[in-house]
Design a protein. Sequence first.
Length: 517
Amino acid sequence: MLDNEIIDQLKSVFRKLKGKVELVHANSGHEKHAELIEMLEQVASTSENISLRSSETESTVPSFEIFHDSSPTGIRFSGIPGGHEFSSLVLAILNSDHQGKLPDEGIVRRIESLKGPIHLKTYISLSCENCPEVVQSLNLMAIFREDFTHEMVDGFFFQDETEALGIQGVPSVMDGKHLVSSGKSDLPRLLDKLEEHFGTDESIPKETVDLGLFDVAVIGGGPAGSSAAIYSARKGLKTVIIAERIGGQVKDTKGIENLISTPYLEGPELSDKLYKHISEYDIHVLEHRRLDQLESGKPNHLVLNSGEVLQAKSLIVATGAKWRELNIPGEKEYIGRGVAFCPHCDGPYYKGKDVAVIGGGNSGVEAAIDLAGIVKSVTVFEFLPELKADEVLVNKLKSMDNVSILTNVQTTEVVGDGDKVTGLMFKDRETNEISTHGLDGVFVQIGLLPNSDFIKDLVETNRMGEIVVDDKCRTSVKGVYAAGDVTTVPYKQIIISMGEGAKAALTAFEEQVLATA
C-alpha cells in the first residue's frame, strides 16, 4: 500500500520518537480490514518505537486507536486514513510523543481551561482537502487532556449514520447529535467554538502575559505577513508575527502554478516553507492568535485573545481575505446541512441531487463544471446580466446538458425544513418577481472579503473594506502599514502579496530610522 519512497520518508520522520507508540486495532469482519492492517504494519515497520497490536474488541468497520507508553491518547480513527488523511495519522503518531509542531503555552492553557469531559467525532471524506487540518487540530487538543477524545470518522463507512445526523458536508465535528463545527476551520477557530459550546473552567486563573516592546508587530501569517516579518528581522528590527496560522489562506490552495521560478507547488507545502523561512530568523511567532484590542499610539498597544499583551512601534497589517458569504436568511443556519463553500470537498455528498452555485466568476463557473460531473443538475445564479468568468470556461459550462444559468438575479433566502436545505429564493432584478428554486444544496462562490473589521475604525478603508494604502504601504495612520489582499493594491496574487509585505517592512524600517536620526 505504501511505496518505498514514503516508507523511507517515514523512517526519517519517526527517527525522533522517544516514547513507545502503539497502534491498537479492533477486530473486524469488514472486507477492508485487511487493507487497514497492511497499512498499519507498514507504518509500524518504519520505527522500533511503533508497534501494532489488537485490542481484542470487535468493530463493524476498520478502526484503531493510538496509545503512547501504554496509555490511551484519546485519538481514534474509524476508517482507513489514506488520501489526505494519511498526514493526520503521521502527525498523530508524532504529536502523541510531543514531537512536531505543537501549540505553545498560551494555547495549551486555553485547551486545559475547557470544561470537560469532551468526546468529539469528525466526519470526513478522504477526498476532502479541508478535513485534515480539523482532524489534526482536534487530535492535538486530545493529547493535552485525559478527558478529551477525538475520533476521525470516514463517512464512506457510516453512510446511514451521516444521513441520520443530517450531515451534508465535511468536515463536520459532532458532539453526540450536536453539530459543533462544519466546513473549513483551524485550531484557533475550533478552540473558539469549543469554548462557546462547552464553556471554560472559571476556577483556572487567567494569566495576563506582557511580552514587552517590539519594533514591528506583523498581524497575519500569509505570504504578505511572512514576507514582512522576514524583511523586518533582516533589517535588525525586533519583530513579532501574530497569526491564526502561518500560511493563511494559501494553506487551503491546492495547486500554485504562477509563483515565478516554481512551476508547481501545493499550498500546504508553501505554508511549510514560509514557516521554515520565518524560523531562520529571530522572529517571535505567536500562531493561533487573534488581535482582540488595538490602541494606536507611540507605541501601539495590542491585546490578544490568548490574554497576552504587547507594544509595537510599528504595525504591519497583512490579514488577507476570506470567502465572502451571501449574508441572507438561512445561509448560516444551514452551513454543513446544504450550504457549502468547497465543491471539491462536499460535492460527493450531492451525487444525484440538484444544487445551485452562487456566482458567475471564474471560481463559480469552475465549481459548476466540477459539480456537473457528480450531481443530477446544477443551476448557476449570477447577479449581473452576464457571467463574469473567462470565455473558455463559460463555453464549457454552456456545453453541459445538466447545467442551467440564471443571470440578473439576486438570491434572497436559503430555504430549509429545519434539518436540511430544500430550496433557494431569488428575485428577478428586471421584473422584481420573487421565485423559489427547489434544490438540495447551495455552493457559495462570490469572491473574497478583506479581513479588516478589527482595524476599519482606525484606518481608512474603501467601500469593499480594503485598507487604503499608498505606494509605500502606508495607511492613513502614521506608523501603521498594510500589505497584501487586505489592501487596495490590485490583483490578489501570492507573488504580489510577498512583494507588498517586503515593501511595508522596508518602509517601516526607513521611517523608524528617520525618526531616530
